[in-house]
Ligand binder design. Structure first.
Ligand SMILES: Nc1ncnc2c1ncn2[C@@H]1O[C@H](COP(=O)(O)OP(=O)(O)OP(=O)(O)O)[C@@H](O)[C@H]1O
Ligand SMILES: [Mg+2]
Length: 338
């Protein structure tokens, strides 16, 4: 799939990162955060930046595993495989190791110990050391940052205290839990308050996507617009339909196939929501364009709490006073009928 749209966001990120600004990217699941990050990192690499992409999801519950992962990925930047092998050998010895050719000092001892905070500190310092040593700018992207805040808010504090001193490195933080991300980065009591510029990804723009589809696929514009409206600009679903159309399918068939293929995923979303009291009823009301406060026979407070939970888990978005939208158009469609 080629990269559609996001021209504005891409430009903003690229220009800011070149100036040394840091960014916070917030969007629901499957809206294209990772795609955008990877794209901007590739562009910057072409311009001789050093870049590092770290997905925190698999490491959210182990600071030592996370530290070692950051450490290893950063060493990859030094390129020569032999160095890495040498380093793994050095893990056996005591004290500070210096990568001779690069003049970068690393305290390997901490990675053998049990002090996880020291490990993380050492790992987080490494990209900056390399950037400084090489006289190049570094961009480090932490994807799924909300995950680590959920399991280990103390580690997030450490992140801040280490990286705030970095002069050669800019950072991107991305996450899909809007409530958590905003609490950390936008709240004035948040650990990372004012650390970076916020970029919120919405759905794709009809105009750009339509242009792309008509130019590249020669699809009938009116059918495409119908499909686009149904999917509400959802980047991942649109990309999937477009892919199917590219391989020769009619738009309507492609859409039908998508719904069929996503059914299991949507049912999983529904299943997850079942453990949250009243959540399914609230979602159903909204899918059917009813007012949940009127439909549910519980106190307003309860509806309120449920709505907030659904927002923090990424099911809904508040788009105005008392107005809520599904982040997943297929879930909305599913609940409309059932
Ligand atoms: N601008 C885009 N152009 C083309 N395809 C896109 C675009 N944005 C997203 N996609 C498609 O949607 C899929 C999901 O995007 P991506 O993985 O980047 O989302 P995400 O926000 O990181 O999701 P998650 O929160 O689940 O990690 C990608 O595999 C890609 O194919
Ligand atoms: Mg992602």
């Amino acid at each position: 799939m080629e990269f559609i749209d996001r021209v504005e966001e891409l430009r903003k990120l690229e220009e800011g990162l070149k100036r040394g600004e840091s960014f916070v990217i917030v969007a629901p699941r499957r809206y294209g955060k990772t795609t955008l990050i990877r794209k901007v990192l590739r562009e910057l690499e072409d311009k001789k930046f050093l870049t590092l992409y770290i997905d925190l999801m698999p490491y959210a519950d182990s600071v030592s595993a996370l530290s070692k992962h950051i450490f290893n990925r950063t060493l990859d930047l030094l390129g020569i495989e032999g160095k890495i092998r040498k380093l793994s050998h050095l893990f056996q010895i005591k004290g500070k190791a210096v990568l001779k050719e690069e003049g970068i000092e690393i305290n390997l001892e901490v990675f053998k110990g049990t002090d996880e905070r020291e490990m993380l500190r050492e790992a987080l310092e490494l990209p900056e050391k390399i950037a400084s040593r090489k006289g190049r700018r570094m961009v480090v992207a932490f994807d799924e940052f909300g995950e680590i805040y959920k399991t280990n808010p103390q580690a997030v504090k450490l992140f801040r205290s280490v990286i705030q001193h970095h002069e050669h490195t800019s950072y991107i933080f991305a996450g899909s839990q809007e409530t958590i991300m905003k609490k950390v980065f936008m709240d004035k009591d948040g650990v990372f308050f004012r650390f970076g510029t916020l970029v919120e990804l919405g759905g794709l723009e009809l105009k750009d996507t339509l242009e792309y589809a008509v130019d590249n696929l020669g699809v009938p514009a009116d059918e495409f617009v119908e499909m686009f409206k149904l999917l509400k600009g959802h980047p991942y679903y649109l990309a999937r339909v477009i892919e199917k159309v590219r391989s020769g399918k009619e738009i309507l068939n492609a859409l039908e196939e998508l719904v069929e293929e996503e059914k299991a995923y949507i049912e999983l979303l529904v299943e997850r929501v079942l453990s949250m009291k009243h959540a399914l009823e609230v979602l159903r009301a909204i899918a059917r364009e009813k007012n949940p406060y009127e439909v549910l026979e519980v106190k307003d407070q309860v509806v309120n709490r449920t709505l907030n939970k659904l927002i923090s888990y990424g099911y809904l978005r508040r788009v105005g006073r008392g107005v809520y939208e599904f982040t997943d158009p297929l879930l909305e469609l599913y609940l409309k009928e059932r």
